[in-house]
Write a protein that binds this ligand. Sequence first.
Ligand SMILES: Cc1cc2nc3c(=O)[nH]c(=O)nc-3n(C[C@H](O)[C@H](O)[C@H](O)COP(=O)(O)OP(=O)(O)OC[C@H]3O[C@@H](n4cnc5c(N)ncnc54)[C@H](O)[C@@H]3O)c2cc1C
Length: 257
Amino acid sequence: LSAEGISAGAYGRTGEGWFDAHAMLMLFRKALRAKKIDFITADVTGIERQGDRVSGVGLDNGEVLEAGIVVNAAGPNAGKVAALAGLALPVEPRKRNVFVFEAREKYTDMPLLVDPSGIYVRPEGSVYLAGGAEPEERDGPAAPGDFEVNWQLFEEVIWPVLATRIPAFEAIKPTRAWAGHYDYNTLDQNAVIGPHPEVGNFILANGFSGHGLQQAPGVGKALAELIVHGGYRTVDCSAFGYERLAEGRAFRELNVI
Ligand SMILES: Cc1cc2nc3c(=O)[nH]c(=O)nc-3n(C[C@H](O)[C@H](O)[C@H](O)COP(=O)(O)OP(=O)(O)OC[C@H]3O[C@@H](n4cnc5c(N)ncnc54)[C@H](O)[C@@H]3O)c2cc1C
């Protein structure tokens, strides 16, 4: 590991820094099914609003669901869903690429490494995952359905940084890659959580800007308490409220990779 250009760092112990996102989602779904929660497969295409209340959602299958409370948890699509209720929410999809590569050296006990450039790498079984440093000049809302991988990013930006930081990564072989959409809050790269100040029964869980997995359990618990008890109990999320958006007051998250 080359420490060139680095004056300080944080070293996480092996196994720290990541978990299996898909397994977590499956565990949540299983727990909800066990509680007999209904899953409906349809797109919300309309939100019914009367003044300062929303009263239901319209689905693309023609059904209308009446609702006392509507929670917007639409990920990268959250800005569009809020607009269905006539509300502005600066959350949009931003394309992010993840690359898988093989290397002769096997660092299975290596922690997640984040370079000052924003490029990250970590082992995943016998291969490695890397990404980060998406080009700012090309950044902007992703077109719906655009999941085409930007291989140039790996060849021209990520690989040279990896090879400089970890010389053994000069000889690596990229094998697979995918692109996804961050749920990007254009004001401050941070979550927007809680009721809309003007439409109190429209609740937001949005704008996680690429760090929503690690926050999901806490946010779910906080919003469940807010809905059931009328206030936050174990996790106070008021700092993430919509009010800051209305005032243009950023609560900036800088550690987004
Ligand atoms: C490449 C990549 C890497 C990431 N890495 C990390 C990481 O390392 N750590 C981390 O914490 N986070 C990471 N994230 C971010 C994380 O995945 C998101 O923040 C998180 O999934 C947000 O969860 P969510 O439930 O709010 O939204 P999502 O998981 O996006 O779910 C939104 C759901 O709403 C549905 N939906 C949207 N519109 C409608 C509609 N009109 N009607 C009905 N349903 C609708 C969608 O189909 C989807 O099922 C990463 C994201 C990407 C793309």
